[in-house]
Structure formats: structure tokens, C-alpha cells
Design a protein around this ligand. Structure first.
Ligand code: NAD
Length: 261
């Protein structure tokens, strides 16, 4: 059995992770951590409800966990990862808004053999959207990204949009000229630049997680769009990562690393 701690357990993603992981025959949720909800009882798919714990250190000490799954907040994820990696746990991270430099620094001090796995998007369709965008960028370098999320998302642009921009930047041979800040009659109208790729962030109630990558060429456009219409879309990816993370070590970014196995 893979013994799993879930941090951010009472959150929108955390509660879905508890349900998905506890439904797997080879996995067991051994602790749920969420300081703001400590002491509350939370139902899981199989077995008795869990009582949410206030501290990750305490959860690690009493649970004998192998893996931590973190869907928390950009302001706390680094501390959680430092604690879990130091204790030798493999980490599966969905929390967005962490810099590449921070991830590399954390992986560098992690004990030999532990894995820090991070996926900006755990939805299989989201991963394919990024892969297809990377392929298209070889042939169509003019591109902009529109990402659309629920209005309680704490970071903009989304981790998926940043990752997509970086993949496109690495894939296209040139950076074509595009109208920039100098054309704006209202500040921000031209969006944010990540590696010279423009990203526009939409935040509205009713949305979950969506992205369009729009390529433009002579007399044509190509739009690659992915929609997560429910948080269950992320769960097969989370389960895949929990199952595979022990076979890897160091920093691994992107679910495609496990999908290709
Ligand atoms: P949320 O606000 O609903 O949940 C976050 C939870 O973390 C809250 O319950 C909060 O109390 C808890 N928390 C805060 N500090 C903590 C700590 N120190 N230890 C443990 N728990 C703590 O947010 P959400 O919508 O569930 O999103 C969480 C993160 O996951 C965000 O960064 C979001 O962007 C990301 N996300 C990633 C993907 C993906 O596929 N990678 C998909 C959806 C969301």
C-alpha cells in the first residue's frame, strides 16, 4: 500500500484528492492536514472518516507516510515541501505559483532517491493541449494564450499558461513582432508576457480551469482549447503520479513524464 498524506485537505482540490486516492486499492490516505480546518472530520471513499490535523510535522511523525500530495497555496507550499522532503517523503505537487528556482533549490537539498514531482496541470487533456501547442509552435510562431479560471484563484497567469508559454518559446524558431504595450489605450490590454508569449487571464465565477492557445498565420488561425469542467478531471493524473513517483528521483515537472511510461 502507498501511504499518502494530503495537505490542503479541506480545500477544493484537497477534498477531491482524498476521495480519489482513498478509492484506489493500492493506496491509503494516512493523514489529512489543513491548519484552518484542524479537528474537523472529513469523509473518505473507503474506511472511517479522517480527523484533519493542524501540523504536517505531526502528521509525518505519526502516519508512516510514503508520499505527500500538496494542493495548498503559493505562500505555504515551499515550507510543506521542505518538511516532507527532509523526512524522505516523495512529493506530488499541484499547487501553482512556485518559481522554477525555488523548485530546483528544494530538489537540490532533498535526500538521495526522493522525488519532487510537480504538474502545472493534472488533467490528461490539459497535458495534451500543451503538447499540441508545442508542436504547432514549430510551424506557427504567432501565438497568444487566453486562460480562464474561477474567481477565487490566487495566482495569475495560471501555472498551466506559464508552462505552455515556456514550451512554445522553446519550440518556435523565432519571436515574431507583435503589437505591444505602446498600442494600449487601457493599461494591461495586451496581457502579460512570459518568455515573449502573451497571456490573457480571465477570472469569473462559474469557470473551473480552461485555456485556449490561438495561433495565427497567413489567412488562418488554429485554436487549441482545453476545458476542465469539474475537478474530477485532475484526479486520474494525481493517482497516476502517486503510483509512479517512487520510481523517480529529483525534480520532475509535468505529468507527461508518467504518461509516456
Ligand atoms: P483552496 O483554497 O480551495 O484550498 C487550499 C487549502 O489549503 C485550504 O483549505 C487551506 O486552508 C489549506 N492550507 C493553507 N495553508 C496550509 C498549510 N500550511 N498546510 C496545509 N493546508 C493548508 O484552493 P484549491 O482550489 O484547492 O487550489 C489549491 C492549489 O492547487 C492552487 O495553487 C491551485 O492553483 C492549484 N491547482 C492545481 C491544479 C493542477 O492541475 N496542478 C488544478 C487545480 C488547482
Amino acid at each position: 500500500m502507498i501511504r499518502v498524506i494530503v495537505t490542503g485537505a479541506a480545500g477544493r482540490m484537497g477534498t477531491s484528492v482524498l476521495t480519489a486516492v482513498s478509492a484506489e486499492p493500492d493506496m491509503e490516505v494516512v493523514a489529512a492536514v489543513d491548519p484552518a480546518h484542524a479537528g474537523e472530520s472529513i469523509a473518505i471513499k473507503s474506511g472511517a472518516p479522517l480527523v484533519i490535523m493542524p501540523s504536517l510535522e505531526e502528521a509525518i511523525a505519526v502516519s508512516g507516510a510514503h508520499v505527500m500530495v500538496d494542493f495548498t497555496h503559493p505562500s505555504v507550499v515551499e515550507g510543506n515541501l521542505r518538511t516532507a522532503l527532509k523526512a524522505g517523503l516523495d512529493c506530488v505537487v499541484g499547487t501553482t505559483g512556485i518559481s522554477s528556482e525555488t523548485l530546483e533549490a528544494l530538489a537540490a537539498v532533498a535526500p538521495e532517491g526522493t522525488c519532487l514531482f510537480v504538474a502545472p496541470n493534472f488533467a490528461i487533456g490539459g497535458v495534451l493541449m500543451m503538447r499540441f501547442a508545442e508542436q504547432a509552435a514549430h510551424f506557427m510562431p504567432h501565438v497568444e494564450i487566453i486562460e480562464l479560471h474561477h474567481d477565487r484563484k490566487v495566482d495569475a497567469p495560471s501555472g498551466t499558461a506559464i508552462r505552455t508559454a515556456r514550451l512554445i518559446a522553446a519550440a518556435r524558431a523565432s519571436v515574431p513582432a507583435a503589437p505591444g504595450r505602446e498600442t494600449e489605450v487601457a493599461e494591461g490590454a495586451r496581457g502579460a508576457l512570459v518568455d515573449d508569449v502573451t497571456i490573457h487571464s480571465v477570472r469569473l465565477p462559474g469557470l473551473v480551469a480552461h485555456q485556449e492557445v490561438i495561433f495565427g498565420g497567413l489567412g488562418q488561425t488554429l485554436t487549441i482549447r482545453h476545458d476542465s469542467i469539474d475537478r474530477t478531471s485532475f484526479m486520474p493524473g494525481v493517482v497516476l503520479a502517486v503510483r509512479n513517483v517512487a520510481q523517480h528521483s529529483g525534480l520532475v515537472v509535468g505529468l507527461e513524464n508518467f504518461m509516456d511510461q
